[in-house]
Design a protein around this ligand. Structure first.
Ligand SMILES: CC(C)(COP(=O)(O)OP(=O)(O)OC[C@H]1O[C@@H](n2cnc3c(N)ncnc32)[C@H](O)[C@@H]1OP(=O)(O)O)[C@@H](O)C(=O)NCCC(=O)NCCS
Length: 173
């Protein structure tokens, strides 16, 4: 079995894992649990475009025949503008966390996006208390830009976020 991480387009039999990663509070992790809002999201996206479009996409993180979780990217602003950036995200299965895979998977995703799109800026936001994601982004080469106050609602309160970016011209870009 290969120890190398890889990213693959979603297959239909990945949909239950994607639903678990976003709709099962035991699997989302405390920073990605926002309640049940759109249970058909993955099935609808699958039927529409197999979860890849010019405005973003979702890929499965794998290691050999193991599935470890998802990475995704979204066009910001969400219109076809002359200048756009990608906002990226990641959720690994609980058993895949803390092994360095979050860093490797985000490195693969940023390389993929710089190789196959003309984007100059890739960015990510995460909860100020999500130290694992902040460290993973820093190890991927992202620069911490600052705090976005009250950027997201989670578990009964407005939460501050940390914004990170990676430019094509950065050393890891
Ligand atoms: C956040 C996430 C992607 C990080 O990936 P990971 O593979 O678990 O992290 P890594 O193993 O690459 O570790 C990155 C760093 O975080 C540290 N870390 C890992 N888990 C940690 C924790 N629970 N608390 C503090 N630091 C932690 C590691 O020690 C490492 O730092 P180091 O190299 O200085 O020791 C992953 O944990 C995850 O999917 N979490 C749930 C969903 C989530 O929060 N997604 C991000 C939403 S913005």
């Amino acid at each position: 079995m290969s120890d190398e991480l890889a990213l693959h387009p979603v297959r239909e039999d990945d949909l239950p894992m994607l639903e678990g990663l976003t709709q099962d509070p035991e699997k989302t992790g405390e920073f990605q649990w926002f309640g049940w809002a759109d249970l058909q999201r993955w099935r609808r996206g699958w039927n529409e475009n197999s979860l890849i479009s010019p405005d973003g996409g979702t890929l499965i993180v794998t290691r050999g025949d193991q599935r470890l979780g998802l990475v995704n990217w979204r066009r910001r602003p969400p219109t076809v503008a002359t200048y756009y950036s990608w906002e990226i995200g990641i959720i690994l299965l609980p058993e895949a966390r803390g092994c360095g895979y979050g860093t490797q998977a985000q490195r693969l995703l940023t390389r993929y996006l710089f190789a196959h799109t003309t984007v100059h800026r890739i960015w990510a936001g995460t909860d100020v208390d999500n130290i694992a994601e902040q460290r993973a982004l820093e190890k991927t080469g992202f620069t911490r830009e600052g705090i976005a106050r009250a950027i997201g609602w989670r578990d009964g309160a407005w939460r501050d976020g940390v914004i990170y970016s990676l430019l094509r011209t950065d050393p890891a870009g």
